[in-house]
Design a protein around this ligand. Structure first.
Ligand SMILES: [Zn+2]
Length: 683
C-alpha cells in the first residue's frame, strides 16, 4: 500500500469528530438524530454488530451458565412475572432481567437463551392497549415501562419486528395525551429522563415531532438534575455535617447512588434537544463533583446506598455500576469524548468483575476498595443492611439480582460506533469481531485480536466486500503516553486522550496494530493512600481467603437452594495490613510484572461450568490472575479492622521497623478480598 495514501490526523477527538460532522453529511447507514436534534458525535451500531471473542466471549458464556441463563428457572419473581402473563411481580424485575437477557442471547446466538426471551417479548408486544399503555394490568407506575422500552429497542435492532415501533409510538402518544406524572418523590420521577433514551431512538426512526414534545414535557416536569449536578448539594461538607438525606423522599432520592448513576446522562441526552452548553456542562461538572466528593478507585463513586464519601470502605451498589456504564455508553455516543471510553473501561474491567464471583452465580450489593472481610455484619454504610458485601444470590435487596445482567452485554454492544463521515470508531478495546456498513455501502468486518486489558497489544484485521475509502477512529486512552499505532508496517504517533484517525483506501487483509504501553502509574487517594494502575486495570493486594457457605436470612432476603446459587462469607487467611515500599514518581522501580495465560472456561465432563473458590483457574477474573504485580511492603500493626471493615488507611508516609515482605497484587476484578488504597511506607 502506498504510504502517501495514508492521511493521518491526530488531534483532540472531540474537535475532530465535531468538525467532521459539520463538514460532511450524516451517517447514511444507520439511524441518526434528525433536525431539530443536534447530531450525536457517534452513531450506535445495532445490537449484534459487535460480537464478543476470546475471553470476552467466555465471560458472556459464564453469564449464560450462571445467573442470567438460569435465574428465570427458580426465582419466583421471574417465574410468575406479570410481564409474561403470570400473577406475580409486575414492577421492575422482569424488565430489568430482560434488559440483560435479550442482548446476551443475541450476542451469543444461543438458542436456549433466545427461546427464553420469546414468551416475554411476545407478551409485552401483545399487552399494548388502545390508549397506548402497555405491560401488566396491575402496574400503574410508568417506571418499569421505561426499562421495558429499552428491552424492546434492543430486540428491534436485531429483528426489525415492526410491532416494536407500533407499541413505542402508542406509548409516546399515551404520554402526550395524559398529564405529566413525574413526582420528585417517586422512582419514575427522578428517573423520568430514562424515557428519553427510547424517545430519541424512536425519533431517529420515525421523525414524529410529538416524541420530542413528550421528551420536553418530561424534562420540564421532572427533577432538575442539570442544576443538581452544577450546584451539587451533597458534597464533602454536607457529608461531614451529616446532611446527606438518608431517606426515600424527594431529597433522599437525589442522593441515591443508582439514581445519580443513571442521571449523569440526562443533561447529556437533553443537550441534543436543548442545544444549551449548560446541559453539556452539567454532565462534566456532575462527574467532576462525584469524583471530588465521593470518588472511589476504579472510576466509580460511593453510594451504600446514598452517596457516602471517599473512604475506601464505603460501598457502591452493583446497580450503580451497570447503570453508570450504560450512562457512559450513551455519553460516548452523544459527545464522542474519549474520556468517557476511558472511564467505561475502568468500570467494566474493575468494578464489574470485582463485585461478582467468576461463575456469575453470586454478586455483592456493595463493593469496597478496601474489602478485607465479607460477612453478614454491621458496617458503616449510609443506609444499607448487614448482608450488603456478601457474594450471594440476593444480598441486601433484590434489585441488583434483577438488574446486573445488562453490564457485560451492553458493554460489548457499544465497543464500536459509526461516524458521520461513513467511518467507524473503536470506543473501548477487547477481543471482538465487528461488522458494519462503511464508505459507500461497503461491508466491513474488523477482527480485533487482543488480550486487552491484561496486555496492551491490539491487532485489527480488516475484511471488506470491496476496497473502499473511509476513516477509522481509534480511542487513545489518556493513560497511554507513547501508544504506538501502525498501519501497513508504518508507525504513527498518537496523542493520549484523543481519537486518532486513519483515513485512506482500505482493502481486505489490511492490519492495524496498536500497542498501548502498560506502564504502572499511581493515584493518590483517601488519607494520602496510594493505588496502583496498569492500563485500565486497578491492582489490589492478593489476600488468602477462607470461603464459607452461609444462608442469608432476613426480612427482605431469601436464600434459594438451586443449582449454583450460594451465599459466600469470605474471611482473610493471610495478613492484609500492609503499606507499600514505593516511589510514587517511579513506581516501576520497585515492581515486577508476572503474566499468566488466559485459559479456557473450566467445564466439567458433564458440560457444567465449574469455578471453585481459590482454585487455580485461568478465566480472567479468577484468583490465578492474568497479570500479577510483585512489590515490597511492610506490615502496619496498628492498622486493624474497625466495625467489620479495614479501618481508614493511616496517612503516610509511615515509618516502620517491620521487616520487608514480598507482596502480590492482582487485578481488582480478580479479587474478592482486597486492599486497593495502601498507606505508603517512608523510604
Ligand atoms: Zn441494586
Amino acid at each position: 500500500m502506498n504510504t502517501k495514501n495514508i492521511i493521518l490526523t491526530c488531534i483532540l477527538g472531540i474537535i475532530l469528530i465535531h468538525n467532521s460532522c459539520e463538514k460532511r453529511e450524516k451517517n447514511k447507514h444507520y439511524p441518526v438524530n434528525r433536525a431539530p436534534l443536534l447530531p450525536s458525535k457517534l452513531v450506535k451500531l445495532p445490537l449484534g454488530a459487535v460480537k464478543p471473542e476470546g475471553w470476552l466471549r467466555d465471560q458472556l458464556i459464564a453469564q449464560n451458565h450462571g445467573l442470567t441463563g438460569h435465574l428465570d428457572e427458580f426465582w419466583p419473581d421471574l417465574i410468575n412475572s406479570a410481564w409474561k402473563g403470570g400473577d406475580g411481580e409486575s414492577w421492575e424485575r422482569g424488565p430489568y432481567y430482560l434488559d440483560g437477557l435479550v442482548p446476551l442471547a443475541y450476542l451469543l446466538d444461543d438458542t436456549r437463551l433466545l427461546h427464553k426471551t420469546r414468551p416475554w417479548i411476545e407478551w409485552i408486544l401483545n399487552s399494548s392497549q388502545s390508549g397506548g399503555w402497555f405491560g401488566p394490568d396491575k402496574n400503574n407506575d410508568r417506571w418499569p415501562l421505561a426499562v421495558a422500552m429499552k428491552v424492546l429497542t434492543q430486540y428491534y435492532e436485531v429483528t426489525e419486528d415492526p410491532r416494536v415501533i407500533g407499541v413505542l409510538k402508542k406509548y409516546f402518544t399515551y404520554l402526550l395525551d395524559n398529564p405529566p406524572d413525574w413526582p420528585d418523590s417517586t422512582w419514575r420521577g427522578v428517573r423520568a429522563m430514562e424515557n428519553a433514551v427510547t424517545g430519541y431512538w424512536l425519533y431517529r426512526r420515525t421523525g414524529d415531532p410529538d416524541v420530542l414534545k413528550v421528551v420536553k414535557s418530561i424534562f420540564d416536569s421532572s427533577f432538575d438534575w442539570t442544576t443538581h449536578f452544577i450546584d451539587f448539594p451533597w458534597d464533602t461538607e454536607a457529608l461531614n455535617k451529616n446532611e446527606i438525606p438518608h431517606n426515600w423522599k424527594s431529597d433522599g432520592l437525589t442522593a441515591h447512588v443508582v439514581n445519580i448513576a443513571m442521571a449523569v446522562k440526562y443533561p447529556g441526552l437533553w443537550y441534543q434537544q436543548s442545544k444549551e452548553e449548560r446541559s453539556k456542562n452539567a454532565v462534566y461538572q456532575g462527574i467532576a463533583n462525584l469524583d471530588k466528593h465521593h470518588g472511589q478507585v476504579g472510576g466509580r463513586f460511593s453510594g451504600d446506598e446514598h452517596v457516602s464519601g471517599k473512604r475506601p470502605t464505603q460501598g457502591t451498589e452493583f446497580c450503580a455500576i451497570v447503570e453508570y456504564m450504560f450512562s457512559l455508553e450513551k455519553l460516548m455516543e452523544i459527545f464522542g469524548d474519549p474520556a468517557f471510553g476511558d472511564r467505561l473501561e475502568l468500570l467494566a474491567y474493575n468494578c464489574l468483575p470485582g463485585t461478582m464471583t467468576p461463575d456469575c452465580w453470586a454478586h455483592q450489593y456493595d463493593q469496597q476498595a478496601n474489602q478485607v472481610l465479607v460477612s453478614d455484619a454491621e458496617r458503616e454504610w449510609s443506609t444499607n443492611g448487614n448482608s450488603s458485601n456478601i457474594y450471594g444470590l440476593m444480598p441486601n435487596y433484590p434489585c441488583c439480582l434483577a438488574n446486573f445482567h445488562q453490564g457485560w452485554p451492553k458493554f460489548v454492544e457499544h465497543m464500536w460506533m459509526a461516524t458521520h463521515d461513513q467511518g467507524i470508531a473503536a470506543v473501548t478495546y477487547g477481543p471482538c469481531r465487528m461488522t458494519a456498513k462503511v464508505g459507500d455501502n461497503v461491508e466491513l468486518n474488523i477482527i480485533e485480536e487482543t488480550k486487552y486489558p491484561f496486555d496492551g497489544a491490539v491487532k485489527l484485521t480488516l475484511e471488506l466486500s470491496e476496497p473502499a475509502s473511509f476513516p477509522i477512529y481509534l480511542r487513545i486512552p489518556r493513560w497511554s503516553e507513547g501508544a504506538k499505532l501502525a498501519v501497513d508496517g508504518k508507525t504513527i504517533k498518537t496523542k493520549p486522550g484523543t481519537m486518532a484517525v486513519i483515513e485512506r483506501k482500505w482493502q481486505t487483509a489490511d492490519v492495524i496494530r496498536l500497542e498501548f504501553p502498560m506502564n504502572i502509574r499511581t493515584e493518590t487517594r483517601f488519607n494520602n493512600s496510594v493505588s496502583l494502575l496498569r492500563g485500565p486495570l486497578v491492582f489490589s493486594l492478593r489476600i488468602g481467603k477462607e470461603y464459607k457457605r452461609i444462608k442469608l436470612k432476613g426480612r427482605r432476603i431469601r436464600s434459594i437452594d438451586y443449582m449454583g446459587s450460594v451465599d459466600w462469607e469470605i474471611r482473610p487467611a493471610t495478613p492484609w495490613n500492609y503499606g507499600l515500599v514505593l516511589e510514587t514518581e517511579n513506581p516501576e522501580k520497585h515492581i515486577s510484572v508476572r503474566k499468566n495465560r488466559i485459559g479456557k472456561l473450566p467445564f466439567s465432563d458433564t458440560g457444567e461450568l465449574v469455578f471453585l473458590p481459590n482454585a487455580k483457574q485461568y478465566h480472567p477474573w479468577t484468583e490465578e490472575a492474568p497479570v500479577v504485580l510483585e512489590i515490597k511492603g511492610k506490615k502496619i500493626p496498628e492498622w486493624k479492622i474497625k466495625n467489620n471493615s479495614a479501618d481508614d488507611p493511616p496517612p503516610g508516609p509511615l515509618r516502620s521497623n517491620q521487616k520487608i515482605e514480598r507482596l502480590e497484587l492482582v487485578p481488582y476484578g480478580c479479587s474478592r478480598l482486597r486492599i486497593t488504597e495502601f498507606p505508603l511506607i517512608d523510604l
